[in-house]
Write a protein that binds this ligand. Structure first.
Ligand SMILES: [Zn+2]
Length: 127
C-alpha cells in the first residue's frame, strides 16, 4: 500500500459506498414490487398461484426488466466494493492486480473499489 494511502479514509469511503449501494438496491426492489402491484393491466381473476406469478412477470415486463438491469448493475458494483474491502483487510488494497504497481491515490479516490491502475483499466476496457 502506498505510504500516503490512509487506510481509514478508504475504509470509510468503501463502507459509505456499500451502504449507499445496498440502499439503492433495496429501493429498486421496492420499486420493482410497486410496479408489479400497481400494474395497469387488470389482473386475471381466479387463476392459480403459478399462473399469477407468470402474469406478474409478463406484464409490465419492460419496466421490470429495466429495474432488474439497474439492480444487476448495482449488485455488480457492490461485489467490487466487497472485494475492495477484503483487499483492505488483507493488505493488497491499492496495488494493481494486473501489473502490481501502486495505484495512485487520486485514481483510488475517483474509483475506490478499483483493483487495477488507470493504465491496466483502460487496457482492459479497450480489449
Ligand atoms: Zn496496472
Amino acid at each position: 500500500m502506498n505510504y500516503y494511502l490512509d487506510k481509514e479514509t478508504f475504509l470509510k469511503l468503501l463502507l459509505t459506498l456499500r451502504a449507499q449501494l445496498r440502499g439503492d438496491v433495496n429501493l429498486l426492489l421496492d420499486t420493482a414490487l410497486d410496479v408489479a402491484i400497481s400494474d395497469p393491466l387488470s389482473k386475471p381473476a381466479g387463476i392459480c398461484r403459478t399462473c399469477r406469478a407468470t402474469w406478474r412477470t409478463s406484464v409490465a415486463g419492460s419496466v421490470r426488466d429495466y429495474i432488474e438491469r439497474l439492480i444487476d448493475r448495482k449488485e455488480a458494483l457492490l461485489y467490487h466494493v466487497e472485494n475492495a474491502l477484503e483487499r483492505l483487510d488483507n493488505g493488497s488494497y491499492g496495488i494493481c492486480q494486473s501489473c502490481e504497481t501502486h495505484i495512485p491515490a487520486e485514481w483510488l479516490f475517483s474509483v475506490p473499489y478499483t483493483s487495477l491502475c488507470a493504465d491496466c483499466h483502460s487496457k482492459q476496457a479497450a480489449a
